[in-house]
Design a protein around this ligand. Structure first.
Ligand code: IMP
Length: 180
């Protein structure tokens, strides 16, 4: 059993698909850890995992992720959640589409802590910012296109197979098997 400290149902759903075979059940740990301010996703995730482990007393993972738009110097990056809740993904799409270079990447760092071990695993997926399309997924999914399809137009299985979080979770799964 592994606890996932998150309030995001989308993240939990993706983690279950990757880790169920390795750890059995992945349960939601409804704990609001302090998200430190840093440009480094790994530092934010590691800090959250340590604090969540201290609260749970059992192995936990946390995920810190974001959308990094090349022409906007990586904005919104580690502040993706805040920006989504303030100006919204439509506005980010407009800002990026005003640029010639619309390349972007989603990055995710999953941090695992069991008291003795604190490990981070990173996944990245490249794409392009487009006008919103599709109604699946969450957050910036409608404006992130990969190989001609936005993440919001993909079913969970397809998105997982290539997403930043999927890539980070796959690395964690491999590591857990090796360590077992
Ligand atoms: P976090 O909770 O600080 O990791 O916030 C990450 C934010 O980045 C989320 O609230 C979303 O706005 C965005 N984000 C991260 N991963 C994804 C994804 O897979 N699809 C769409 N948006 C994402």
């Amino acid at each position: 059993m592994l606890r996932f400290a998150t309030t995001n149902a989308g993240k939990l759903h993706e983690a279950r698909e990757y880790l169920a075979d390795v750890v059995g059940e992945v349960t939601q740990f409804d704990y609001d850890y302090v998200e430190i301010q840093s440009d480094d996703l790994a530092e934010i995730a590691a800090h959250g995992a340590r604090e969540s482990f201290d609260a749970a007393g059992e192995p936990v993972i946390v995920d810190d992720s974001g959308l990094f738009v090349d022409a906007l110097g990586g904005f919104p990056g580690p502040y993706s959640s805040y920006v989504d809740h303030t100006i919204g993904y439509e506005r980010v799409s407009e800002l990026a589409r005003a640029e010639e270079n619309r390349r972007a990447r989603f990055r995710a760092v999953v941090a695992y802590c069991d008291g003795d071990r604190l490990e981070t695993f990173e996944g990245v997926v490249p794409g392009e910012i487009v006008a919103p399309r599709g109604d699946g997924g969450f957050g910036y999914d409608p404006i992130f296109e990969h190989d001609g399809t936005t993440f919001a137009e993909m079913d969970t299985e397809r998105k997982n197979a290539l997403s930043h979080r999927g890539r980070a979770l796959a690395k964690l799964a491999t590591w857990l098997v090796e360590e077992a």
